[in-house]
Write a protein that binds this ligand. Sequence first.
Ligand code: URP
Ligand code: ZN
Ligand code: ZN
Length: 465
Amino acid sequence: MRYDLIVKGGTVVTPSDSYKADIGIRNRKIAVIGELEKAEGEVVDAKGMHVVPGGIDVHTHFDMPFMGATTADDFATGSLSAVCGGTTSIVDFAIQTRGKSLMHGLEDWHKRAQGKSLVDYGFHMIIVDLPENRVKEMDEVVREGSPTFKLFMAYPGIFMSDDATIFRAMMRTRENGGTICMHAENGGVIEVLVKKALAEGKIDPKYHALTRPMTAEAEATGRAIALAEMAGVPLYIVHLSAGDAMEKVRDARARGLPVYAETCPQYLYLNYDDYERPDFEGAKFVMSPPLRPKGNEDRLWNGLRQNWLQVVSTDHCSFCMKDGVGGKPGKVLGKKDFSKIPNGAPGVETRLPLLWDAVQAGKLTENRFVEITAASPAKIMGLYPKKGLIAPGADADLVVIDSKKKHTISAKTHHANVDYNPYEGRVVRCSIKEVMVRGRRVVKDYKPLATPPHGSFVKRDARSN
Ligand code: URP
Ligand code: ZN
Ligand code: ZN
């Protein structure tokens, strides 16, 4: 039997088990899993290594204008960074322009990604304003394969929606089969605290964290859950950072509500102390929600093991520290006022290596790793069973991980277009050996092919009500 590609001799990891097998790929899909002694075809040697489903990062911001800046990574460099780190699909956030239709925003993001992305991609739709006569536009966005809407309870004047708008969007989403993604922080409270801090002359990056308390996240998370319960709609809390907020999700799930949450590696590996670094270095970590005090991360690790948190995504949103890199102003915009530091940090390339290192450290099983990086995001976001699993018929999105080789994370070697790495110098006990996107080899030994093939837009499924 002939295959286009055979991944040979690796340990295949699924959410439920791990076993030694070869994988035969034909027509860009997994054709067979088993012992392929006599099969013919180009071979990827995975002996002594693990084979996991391509990572699915359902929270990236590529080519995003935000807070007077534009992200350092567009779809070309962001997706290069993603694939070199073992992520083969992303879901990015298309943004509605205030006053314009949702479809206008979606089409804009299609133009930004098309012909640039090296990985498969989809879009969530960020709703900026939603008067009554605009609500029905949500249905078309769902039909076009983007059944998830992000709403903000923070960023007054930029993205923030009031409870009535949120509830209107939720009720429509209940009908059209979509899911609501929520940025849950109490924007009103934060605004008061920010103004007070600035009036007292507190301008350094650390005040970003000190004006965004955990309780502001927990309160908004609880309110989002209550609104979603009243509307009868599934809710997905994005970039959850605080243990207190996680417990709201845990309790809602225990009551049987369709509530899900993701956290991100920065909340598992970094903490408030990073804001105390001298010379404006804390700006590297200015993101929302902010990094939390040491100790909080243990609660999140536990939540990941208990399935109180279902997904780890990255919220990759890169801004350079030095002005002018790539011609784009970045973190220096907030040198004299922490509230003007563009919010966000890079991470799409380091998610899988950091979490596989957690497997090596005994914090997660390799099966749970597959669940939180691929299977569970695929299920929640309407990509399953096309993506997120290793099984005949699924897209041949595969990553070979070498656990014997160590890798030092650094901005000198990463593939993102940003001049720092939040995990600079951290050693992970693994390296990305091979990455295949729908059956095509794209990365070998952490290096991309000279002319890597492009990924495609993937329509995601809505719920069948
Ligand atoms: O700081 C962040 N998270 N920047 C990106 C925008 C968002 O809220 O996801
Ligand atoms: Zn957000
Ligand atoms: Zn984000």
